[in-house]
Design a protein. Structure first.
Length: 116
């Protein structure tokens, strides 16, 4: 599978392939035109409660991963679709968080690669 993660604030590139925003909330300061999205999948983003609880605190990341993966298990059809695309071309999971190592896109990539 060809999956990468990238902040939505970085410039879009041809090598990004299929660009999917995986945030539930639209990122501040980014126009829909500048985002160059192929999809905005709110359903596979962390729930509002989980997102607020996590609050991008690194010490909560391990528990966040467990809880988020449990939520992802309820969205197999959407995940299968992304995995199917990633088998044929590059998929870029886009997120708005500042922390490049501790965010939902990192967890989602790991989940897709280990389950599909």
């Amino acid at each position: 599978m060809k999956i990468q993660v990238k902040r939505i604030y970085e410039d879009a590139a041809n090598r990004d392939g299929h660009r999917v925003l995986v945030d539930r909330v639209w990122p501040r300061g980014v126009s829909k035109e500048d985002a160059h999205l192929d999809d905005w999948n709110k359903d596979i983003a962390p729930s509002t409660d989980l997102r607020k609880w996590f609050d991008h605190k690194e010490d909560r990341f391990s528990e966040f991963k467990k809880r988020y993966k449990k939520e992802l298990s309820k969205h197999k059809d959407s995940l299968k679709e992304i995995a199917s695309i990633a088998k044929g071309k590059q998929v870029t999971l886009l997120y708005g968080a500042k922390d490049e190592k501790h965010n939902q896109a990192v967890v989602l990539k790991e989940y897709l690669e280990s389950n599909f």
